[in-house]
Design a protein around this ligand. Structure first.
Ligand SMILES: Cc1cc2nc3c(=O)[nH]c(=O)nc-3n(C[C@H](O)[C@H](O)[C@H](O)COP(=O)(O)O)c2cc1C
Length: 196
């Protein structure tokens, strides 16, 4: 039976995603982000940075040079997957991804990014490119150190924001008294129970 979207499960899922973004030790803080790559499906871990429950957008940050952006440009249909052992909950989230670079969202997100996180964007290498020997590509003077605010600014050109607009959530809650599974369809504002 199809139901109106605004139900208890949607409220619960929203709260979980909001907490996942805020709490570093929440199981949802690291999510698996999947794209369609040149040779098939690609999956990698990313940090869930924000969930906007009014716009239904899941945000993460990445390097502007990373291959996942080529995947998104060719095919914006993506999946964000989270699972919590403690909460016995899995969310398989279908999304449409878009890239923010050199715009107000990019600027604002960079301003809010701490120095330790900004450091990742100072590597001279394109992420996932082949290199001659083991090396993180960071300048020698930054080995084992946090960059100063001024040093970190060099990384801004490599920073970008990926927003993932939710089209569907497949919610699965495992419990001994009976598993629960529901699909929330954001395009049609409907939800329905499905076999777990
Ligand atoms: C715990 C963890 C968190 C990560 N967080 C991010 C992240 O927020 N953004 C990101 O681009 N890569 C992150 N990575 C690295 C990616 O998993 C991946 O190796 C990298 O982004 C290159 O992916 P690509 O070649 O598919 O673009 C993280 C890896 C781990 C293990």
């Amino acid at each position: 039976m199809e139901l109106e979207m605004n139900n208890d499960i949607f409220i619960k899922v929203s709260e979980l995603l909001e907490n996942g973004a805020k709490e570093r030790d929440h199981d949802f803080h690291i999510m698996t982000f999947c794209t369609i790559g040149k040779e098939g499906v690609e999956a990698r871990s990313v940090v869930l940075r924000n969930f906007d429950k009014d716009k239904n957008i899941i945000r993460f940050h990445t390097d502007y040079r990373s291959p996942k952006l080529d995947d998104i440009k060719k095919n914006p249909n993506t999946v964000c997957l989270v699972y919590s052992y403690k909460l016995k909950t899995q969310l398989r989230i279908k999304t449409i991804s878009s890239i923010h670079y050199d715009d107000p969202i990019w600027n604002d997100s960079w301003d809010k990014t701490g120095l330790a996180s900004r450091k990742c964007y100072l590597t001279k290498y394109d992420p996932s490119s082949h290199i001659e020997e083991k090396d993180d590509g960071l300048p020698l003077e930054l080995k084992g150190k946090t960059p100063t605010s001024e040093q970190s600014e060099e990384g801004k050109k490599n920073f970008c924001v990926v927003d993932n607009k939710i089209t569907e959530i497949d919610y699965l809650y495992l419990k001994s008294s009976g598993h629960e599974r529901m699909v929330l369809d954001f395009n049609n504002n409907k939800s329905s129970w499905i076999a777990p």
